[in-house]
Design a protein around this ligand. Structure first.
Ligand SMILES: Cc1cc2nc3c(=O)[nH]c(=O)nc-3n(C[C@H](O)[C@H](O)[C@H](O)COP(=O)(O)OP(=O)(O)OC[C@H]3O[C@@H](n4cnc5c(N)ncnc54)[C@H](O)[C@@H]3O)c2cc1C
Length: 440
């Protein structure tokens, strides 16, 4: 059995530690923050997330899905809020039982860490910040509040998120390491809709709420305490943007113009807007995700994506499943296991990155249009009459474990066939009318 040094006990780090611990490996997990169970805020990231089939599958494999989902809230579709306050509900799937689930990040993080700690061969060390990794010898350099220490393993796994120190060490040491980061011109800010005084939800609880406004949008996901966490995705710069909205009056004016139905539900809007940070949205692609049998990257450290498909964590959890499978399949040759994991995941991570950016345009702009809603209805009708043959893209990404790249390819093919069929039907219609007119 090997000794793994894991850097980062975020969502994927905790889960991966549990997977490796279950196989009997020695696992030393190091996290720069304090223990999330002590109530520290998971700063800079979303308070809640949508978990769906891929993420749930990964939790099930280690036996913690029920525990993790106990306080999750099912969301059965999108509730679109237009400027007049009118609401349109669009179910996610033809099957009303298919839903995504709003889950608290901190609670989920605690659950995966607890799962890892059930194995006596897993140790979790908080307040240890990795400053770099010697990739030839699999030694991680760590800073604690008191001193500097090192951790040596047979391999170091970087599960330390989008701004990974492990990846940076690979970048510095591997001559042809490929690295690409791209930022959206939009940032995000979290805001709150509190519960009603009686503790109930002030809007439909079982939906993901969207206020699509073409170049920007606000969304809201329900929390178990009756509140909603809203996220405003908005341009950093421009005539109307985070940069130009400085005073309380600016904020009120913008919200009253764009989200008039939400404003009365947001008593702490001005405080939230002033005090909550504005986050940035980055896509990171890199290669390779491993160095010999010594170092490997998992989750956002390997492939951060923008959050618009609600798949970043789901994909990170899927990484854990695949890496665990590869380590088992190629036991005795860890370098080959890492290489296979990279081969199986890379094109899917790249496909997801593109899908996630595409879905931003869909959510902020297209969901508001009648044509889009009609296309969704056609999608669902085709799915119902051609079960297992026609699968809408959203369904494949969210409610199946079809690899992301295969889902994207299949959706393109389906769209081409649909387009050809519609054009053919139109042509037949026109020709029929022409023949009938010619006869009369
Ligand atoms: C606004 C927003 C909304 C999102 N919504 C969704 C969603 O609905 N569904 C979904 O699936 N995904 C969503 N995501 C994506 C999701 O948050 C990430 O994909 C997921 O957190 C990745 O998990 P991870 O463990 O790889 O990284 P992280 O969760 O970022 O964990 C990394 C961990 O490493 C630690 N760390 C970092 N550097 C060091 C260091 N040098 N030394 C030691 N420890 C370190 C960090 O403290 C952290 O605990 C969203 C992201 C954002 C920003």
């Amino acid at each position: 059995m090997a000794r793994f040094v894991l850097i980062g006990s975020g969502l994927a780090g905790g889960l991966l530690a549990a997977y490796l611990g279950r196989r009997g490996h020695e696992v030393d997990l190091y996290e720069r923050r304090t223990d999330p169970r002590e109530g520290n805020i998971v700063g800079g990231r979303s308070i809640n997330l949508a978990i769906s089939t891929r993420g749930i599958h990964a939790l099930k494999q280690i036996g913690i899905a029920d525990e993790a989902l106990r306080s999750a809230i099912p969301m059965r579709g999108r509730m679109i809020h237009d400027k007049s306050g009118a609401l349109h509900f669009a179910p996610y799937d033809v099957d009303p039982k298919k839903c995504i689930n709003s889950i608290g990040r901190a609670a989920l993080n605690s659950t995966v860490i607890q799962a890892a700690q059930r194995y006596s061969n897993v140790s979790v060390n908080f307040n240890h910040k990795c400053t770099g990794v010697d990739i030839e010898s699999a030694i991680a350099h760590l800073e604690t509040p008191k001193d500097s220490v090192t951790a040596k393993g047979d391999a170091v796994i970087g599960v330390d998120g989008a701004f990974s120190a492990v990846r940076k060490s690979m970048q510095d040491a591997i001559a042809d390491f490929q690295y690409e980061e791209s930022y959206l011109p939009h940032g995000y800010k979290e805001l709150t809709i509190p519960p009603d005084p009686d503790g109930s939800w002030q809007m439909e609880k079982n939906a993901l709420h969207i206020w699509p406004r073409k170049s920007f949008m606000m969304i809201a996901l329900p929390n178990p305490d009756g509140s909603f966490t809203c996220t405003l995705f908005w341009e950093f710069e421009g005539a109307r943007s985070f940069a130009t909205t400085k005073t309380d009056d600016d904020v009120c004016k913008f919200f009253e113009e764009e989200f008039p139905d939400a404003v009365p539900l947001m008593p702490s809007l001005l405080d939230d807007f002033r005090n909550n940070p504005t986050g940035s949205l980055v896509t990171i692609r890199c290669a390779p995700w491993f160095y010999r049998e010594k170092v490997c990257l998992v989750g956002d450290a390997a492939h951060a994506v923008v959050p618009f498909y609600g798949q970043g964590m789901n994909a990170a959890f899927e990484d854990c499943v695949v890496l665990d499978e590869c380590l088992e399949e190629f036991r005795g040759n860890r370098e080959h296991a890492f290489a296979q994991y990279f081969r199986r995941r890379k094109e899917n991570a790249d496909a997801l990155a593109d899908l996630a950016i595409g879905n931003f345009i869909e959510m902020r702009d297209k969901t508001a249009s009648k044509t889009f809603r009609a296309k969704k209805k056609v999608d669902h009708a085709l799915e119902a009459v051609l079960p297992g043959i026609y699968l809408p893209l959203y369904t494949m990404v969210t409610f199946t474990r079809i690899p992301y790249s295969a889902a994207a390819r299949r959706a393109r093919l389906q769209d081409r066939i649909l387009y050809t069929a519609v054009i053919s039907l139109l042509m037949i219609g026109i020709m029929t009318v022409a023949i009938l007119l010619g006869r009369s």
